[in-house]
Design a protein around this ligand. Structure first.
Ligand SMILES: Cc1cc2nc3c(=O)[nH]c(=O)nc-3n(C[C@H](O)[C@H](O)[C@H](O)COP(=O)(O)O)c2cc1C
Length: 303
């Protein structure tokens, strides 16, 4: 049976299937329904320095092959996470990645420092790419010098792995990837949502209270595959592929484009147990195609 172990810098994952931030809570809500230990890793919702209520409703709308959201980084704040959620999730046998967001460099740094004093966290994913907030760190996601500076400041504060989550809403995702690597990121994850909008033609007004939201789900998979392909040719750090994953074939496609692991987002809303269901299907595909390790197919489409 093929070995699904995959490596993200110093992190070893038993399989490449992770959850995407914002679509799986803090990892503590679902253990009665989903075997958390069956995932390669869990990524929490973005945490900020203070609790955030997020944007006014309506903030979710279905689109063809996807959804638009403008949640706006609603979260309980880093201190409540450490008090109420971390003691529960760190007991589970899984790689735990905490996603961090902020509006200012100091906020990112403070959140990371508070988390770094705690046991049981395996790494940080830095959200510099949320399109749904007025002050959500997006300036870091679209400006190379800002991104490099932010990541180098965070790098100096921790020995744990740093994953920088890139935005697809840029002219050159390769140059953003290079800036993150220059700042010292160990790993990259991509992509976050694409900016989108929807108009209610009967009411003749935008559906979302914020007019624009983030498009996710199967509609964005080809964009994400292209971005992973490009970034894996531009830098030499492991990549986590994200965007519209629904099937084991989708996962295999991301791996062949150059990702070493993947995150499932929108499809968790349909079935939070989807990730673990796809794991044996990846093994089956590898066995049927005479691959003995997952590593053999990572980036194979470039050869
Ligand atoms: C409702 C919703 C909330 C999200 N919240 C966050 C978040 O808090 N932080 C973050 O980095 N990404 C967030 N994302 C983006 C996802 O993690 C993921 O990058 C994106 O949805 C693309 O993957 P998918 O097509 O599998 O959903 C959110 C996505 C959705 C749909």
């Amino acid at each position: 049976m093929a070995d699904l172990t995959t490596y993200l810098d110093q992190l070893t994952l038993k399989n490449p299937v992770m959850t995407a931030s914002g679509t799986f809570g803090y990892g503590d809500e679902l253990p009665d329904y989903v075997d958390l230990g069956a995932f390669g890793g869990i990524v929490t919702k973005s945490l900020t320095g203070q609790p955030r209520e997020g944007n006014a409703p309506p903030r979710i709308v279905e689109t063809s092959s996807g959804m638009l959201n403008s949640i706006g980084l609603a979260n309980i704040g880093v201190e409540a996470f450490i008090r109420e959620k971390l003691p529960i999730v760190r007991e589970k046998d899984m790689v735990l990645i905490v996603n961090i967001a902020g509006s200012k460099m100091e906020e990112y740094c403070r959140v990371l420092e508070l988390l770094d004093a705690e046991e049981g966290i395996d790494g940080y994913e830095i959200n510099v790419s949320c399109p749904n907030v007025k002050e959500g760190g997006m300036e870091f996601g679209v400006s190379e010098p800002h991104l490099e500076k932010l990541i180098s400041q965070l790098r100096a504060l921790t020995d744990r792995p740093i994953i920088t989550k890139l935005s697809p809403n840029v002219t050159s995702i390769q140059s953003m990837a290079k800036a993150a690597v220059n700042g010292g990121t160990d790993i990259l994850s991509l992509v976050n949502t694409l900016v989108g909008s929807k108009i209610d033609i009967e009411r003749q007004e935008p559906v979302l209270s914020t007019v624009f939201g983030g498009l996710s789900g199967p509609a964005i998979k080809p964009v994400a595959i292209a971005q992973v392909f490009k970034v894996s040719e531009a830098v030499d750090v492991p990549i986590i592929g994200i965007g519209g994953i629904k099937t084991a074939a989708d996962i295999i496609e991301f791996l062949m484009a150059g990702a070493s692991a993947i995150e499932i987002g929108t499809l968790n809303y349909r079935d939070p147990g989807l990730g673990p269901k796809l794991v044996p299907e990846i093994t089956k595909w590898l066995d049927e195609h005479d691959f003995t390790t997952l590593e053999e197919i990572i980036g194979i489409a470039h050869e």
